[in-house]
Ligand binder design. Structure first.
Ligand code: HEC
Length: 257
């Protein structure tokens, strides 16, 4: 009996600390994923091609598929989202080679096609929120979610630069943060404080990240946009078949009673 109690305690401990442990000790901010929010996906795609695709590829996806799935016209896609001489039917790759990536950044920027599935939406959301000024880091910034990361803080103009808040200023529990991407900017809930303001407010920056991560979740499984529609269709079909079967049964049995 004692052993069972011990086991339960250990299991509870492990599960309650897992969201913190996963990212090297940084707070795990949470967001609400909604891949059916087309406008959000469109905004996320725009941020992605402008700020991520220069280093990271998404080589499982083609521009034309993304355009069709997200309701973006071919012209809009060509004019605003395809750079570096790529074609509408091309996969979203980058010119950067693995060796260049290693040489320039220390670690090659990984392909982001299925990153949201591997890491989870909240992890990526937290990662992009957790860059902070750290004089001892090579790039002058570090990341609480992924300490020592070799990715620069590419969205710093929007977020601004944040530094770690004095220890007794933060009380930890990030899970309580507003889950709709409008982080409520409660400084007591955050281990960070803004040192240099960006062009967006913290709320607007969070909303930008929610769109971006939504898009990354979509990239991880484009079929999910269609899947639910197919499911509903199948249910309607089965219901119609059921009605038909009922009337056929009534018809077949009517002379037997
Ligand atoms: C200047 C190049 C560059 C740009 C632009 C860039 N990244 Fe990165 N990113 C990197 C590098 C390099 C790494 C590898 C970090 C490491 O392993 O230390 C990385 C790592 C990551 C990771 C962690 C992957 C993992 O699980 O190891 C994610 C997620 C990510 N980037 C997302 C993004 C997003 C989203 C954007 C666009 C807003 C972006 N990156 C823009 C260079 C870049």
């Amino acid at each position: 009996m004692k052993n069972i109690v011990k086991l339960i305690c250990v299991a509870a401990l492990v599960s309650s600390s897992s969201s913190w442990a996963a990212g090297g000790g940084g707070p795990l901010f949470t967001m609400h994923v909604d891949v059916h929010h087309q406008k959000s996906l469109q905004r996320g795609a725009k941020t992605f091609v402008n700020y991520c695709l220069s280093c990271h590829s998404a080589s499982f996806s083609r521009y034309n598929r993304v355009a069709a799935d997200l309701g973006i016209s071919e012209q809009n896609m060509r004019e605003n989202m395809i750079f570096t001489g790529r074609k509408f039917g091309d996969t979203m790759t980058v010119a950067l080679t693995v060796d260049q990536g290693k040489e320039w950044f220390g670690a090659p920027p990984p392909d982001l096609s299925v990153k949201a599935r591997a890491r989870g939406a909240n992890w990526i959301y937290s990662y992009l929120k957790s860059f902070y000024v750290d004089e001892s880091a090579i790039r002058g910034v570090n990341n609480l979610q992924f300490p020592g990361t070799s990715m620069p803080h590419v969205l710093w103009e929007y977020q601004g630069l944040q530094k770690l808040a004095a220890k007794d200023d933060h009380h930890g529990d990030m899970e309580k943060e507003d889950s709709h991407g409008g982080g409520h900017g409660d400084s007591h809930a955050s281990p960070f404080e803004i040192a240099v303001p960006g062009t967006l407010t913290p709320k607007e920056y969070d909303a930008m990240l929610v769109d971006l991560v939504n898009f990354l979740v979509y990239l991880g499984e484009p079929a999910q946009l269609k899947r639910q529609g197919i499911g509903v269709g199948v249910l309607f079909f089965l219901a119609a078949l059921g009605v038909l079967a009922y009337f056929m049964k009534r018809d077949y049995w009517k002379d037997i009673h």
